[in-house]
Design a protein around this ligand. Structure first.
Ligand code: BES
Ligand code: ZN
Length: 456
């Protein structure tokens, strides 16, 4: 173990330089113009996996972006198998002018590495490739069998991996999944995430006249789709944050008193958290604590509205058609497609006959919860404690990692979410960053986890 830690410690600068190279590739999965970049990131990472000593490394073509597979299966028939998941795609970078250094020109300031994908998830997935490398190059073998499955579509819904899993159960069979794509509470307070929210992401189109109309000649006589989309949105949620779609809460699994207790004791500094958001005030369902609203309650948000004239100056126009992108974060046991149908029905009901409305599901993912007493969770807890010097807390995360639910459903596989990000890494936002000490500690924690899990 000491040798492995030393192997990793001696190579920190190299590991950082490699990660910087990886971060230079603009693998934005949701934007078609970056398709070749996404493919280049897959090839780059496949090379890194081979260099680490992983075997059977393959770039698997899909209807969307490529998947990556690699394994090392020589730990012996008694040894457990760990399926390590991560994603090499990243979110779009806009608004670009708010970046202090360009998103794909990684820059080190203080102890942070700034770049799109630094924390979510290139830096975190690279942690495990380096942990495997420490074993394979520093020791010749791993204490467990490992399989890596890495996707390039997580940030755009993960449809290709969702289709791949049920068709490749044998290939992906394992005892536990390990994922680093979440954050811990602070640099010295590790956290194990045992619950993730699901997602139902809807596109809403509202169309009135067949073409844009002069707002003077037609305003007052023809209804305006942009006004109407405002009315529709206003009816989706009340002012205190309750979603008004009928049936939305029907399947929400209530928190157990035990869980409410655990969550209420999380060492969270709410004032500091608020300050980091820059918002004037916290907000949300008054009958639930903030930590519950963020991880264990479902919610609905408009992510974008497209329509009308948004250029400089004024243009007098009634737009023909307008669009909104609306996401609903879900909790167990809400079914994303059932929620989509309820949304669609309600929007049809509230839309006036002066416009036509269309809704479509852009992406969906189930919520997940994992028992925090299973052996892998305990191994993860011990690994964190040995490296960070403090026991982790257990918490739910409000974001989604679609594959976790798919692993549960199709492979019967639980996931240990062992993240190394920080809450203020600004993921999905300008100036995304990764706290460099967490990168190195992540590699050490990954090394220790595999050893501890093997012993159980
Ligand atoms: N790494 C995030 C999930 C996450 C968010 C973990 C915040 C911890 C804190 C993941 O890459 C992500 O952003 N997922 C998307 C999934 C969606 C596009 C299906 C999300 O949650 O928006
Ligand atoms: Zn991520």
């Amino acid at each position: 173990m000491l040798d492995l830690m030393q192997y990793a410690a001696e190579r920190q600068q190299t590991h950082l330089a490699e990660l910087i190279e990886f971060l230079r590739i603009p693998s934005i999965s949701t934007q078609p113009k970056h398709k070749a970049d996404v493919a280049a990131a897959a090839e780059w990472l496949a090379g890194a996996m081979r260099d680490a000593g992983l075997e059977n490394v393959r770039v698997i073509e899909t209807a969307g972006h490529p998947l990556l597979y690699g394994d090392w299966l020589h730990a012996g028939p008694e040894a457990p198998t760990v399926l390590i998941y991560g994603h090499y795609d990243v979110q779009p970078v806009d608004p670009l002018d708010l970046w202090e250094s360009p998103p794909f020109e990684p820059a080190v300031r203080d102890d942070y590495l700034y770049a799109r994908g630094a924390s979510d998830d290139k830096g975190q997935v690279y942690v495990h490739i380096k942990a495997a490398e420490a074993y394979l190059q520093g020791n010749g073998r791993l204490p467990v069998n490992v399989k890596f499955i890495i996707e390039g579509e997580e940030e755009s819904g993960g449809a290709s991996l969702a289709a791949f899993i049920p068709e490749n159960k044998e290939l992906l069979a394992a005892d536990i999944a390990l994922v680093s794509d979440t954050s811990i509470l602070s640099p010295d307070q590790p956290a194990i995430v045992y619950g993730l929210r699901g997602l139902c992401y809807m596109l809403l189109d509202v169309t009135g006249p067949s073409h844009d109309l002069h707002s003077g000649s037609f305003g007052g006589g023809i209804d305006n789709p942009l006004n109407i989309i405002g009315h529709i949105i206003a009816k989706l949620k009340d002012e205190e944050g309750r979603v008004l779609v009928p049936g939305f809460y029907d399947r929400v699994r209530p928190l157990t008193p035990d869980e409410r207790q655990i969550l209420s004791h999380l060492p969270r500094d709410e004032a500091r958290w608020l300050q980091e958001t820059g918002a004037p005030q916290v907000w949300g369902e008054p009958e639930f604590a903030l930590v519950e609203r963020l991880g264990a309650r479902p919610t609905l948000d408009v992510n974008g509205i497209i329509g009308g004239y948004t250029g400089p100056g004024a243009k007098t126009v009634l737009p023909s058609t307008v669009h909104a992108k609306i996401s609903m974060r879900l909790v167990p046991d809400q079914d994303p497609l059932e929620i989509a149908a309820l949304f669609q029905k309600y929007v049809r009901e509230i839309a006036p006959p002066t416009v036509r409305v269309e809704t479509a599901v852009n992406s969906h993912a189930p919520a997940s919860v994992t028992d925090y007493n299973i052996p892998a969770m305990i191994a993860a807890g011990t690994a964190y404690e040995q490296v960070f010097g403090k026991q982790p807390v257990y918490m739910r995360e409000g974001g989604s990692i679609p594959v976790v639910g798919d692993f549960q459903t199709h492979l019967g596989l639980e996931t240990a979410l062992m993240g190394f990000g920080l809450p203020n890494d600004r993921i999905h936002s300008p100036n995304e960053r990764f706290y460099i000490p967490n990168f190195y500690r992540g590699i050490q924690t990954g090394i220790r986890f595999l050893e501890l899990y093997a012993r159980q």
